[in-house]
Write a new protein. Structure first.
Length: 241
């Protein structure tokens, strides 16, 4: 999770390359994968828990709209978009992005288990397919953030230092959730709430990527094909991993 943000930022810092069309297609692929794995894995797992289904749906909705509020301060950086003249300060930008990344990292703990039968037992966070989705989502976000930071800071060292704060947020979320879970400081119910909120934020991010790739509601067959491929990869990961 750390390297998926730190390495792309370092590459952009050293080469100045934004990768153009290829990065846009990768963003579409990552968005399709993230959307699909949320629909076929994250949300079904949530409803296998002992939590009230209505409450789970409510938490997913909260996560969806919370991410919309966060997006107001990030200017769409988590979608891989660069807005050099974003109205909010770097502090607001980093706080919002770090909050989102912290929540992402928190669901990667291997301590989230259901209370039902072993046949239906699940481990949301430790799933490699979830990690893969988060990593693919963070790569274009890190590139967009690095480009924006280079525009805001005079020194490259300052820009990359700010990026590293973002890169550390997800591992910190994982560390805190592991510590609190193993120390029985946070009941499983609250971990499920966090998980549902992050699932809602994934839905918001991935659907926004879809909407923005076809702003005129005219199908781009190349991007559509990449989206379908991303969805199929998520289905394959669900069946194999």
């Amino acid at each position: 999770m750390f390297l998926s943000a730190a390495i792309p930022g370092a590459v952009l810092l050293r080469t100045g390359l934004m990768f153009g069309q290829r990065m846009q297609l990768f963003l579409v692929f990552a968005g399709a994968y993230l959307f699909s794995v949320t629909i076929i894995h994250l949300i079904p797992d949530l409803f296998l828990s002992n939590e009230n289904p209505f409450n789970i749906g409510l938490y997913v909705l909260i996560g969806f709209f919370l991410q919309k509020v966060i997006e107001n301060f990030t200017s769409g950086v988590e979608h891989g978009h660069v807005h050099a003249h974003a109205e909010h300060s770097v502090v607001y930008l980093l706080v919002a992005l770090c909050l989102h990344s912290f929540l992402e990292g928190s669901i990667m703990t291997d301590s989230i288990h259901s209370n039902h039968s072993p046949e239906l037992a699940y481990e949301h966070g430790s799933s490699p397919k979830i990690l893969l989705g988060i990593v693919m989502h963070k790569i274009p976000a890190a590139v967009a953030l690095m480009a924006l930071l280079l525009n805001r800071f005079k020194l490259k060292f300052q820009a990359y230092s700010a990026l590293l704060i973002f890169a550390l947020a997800s591992p910190l979320g994982l560390f805190v959730s592991e510590f609190m879970s193993h120390g029985n400081l946070l009941p499983e119910k609250y971990m499920i709430i966090f998980f549902a909120i992050v699932a809602g934020s994934f839905l918001q991010i991935s659907t926004t990527i879809f909407f923005e790739t076809d702003p005129n509601h005219k199908l781009n067959w190349l991007r559509f094909g990449v989206s379908v491929f991303g969805a199929l990869c998520a289905v394959l990961a669900q069946l194999v991993i």
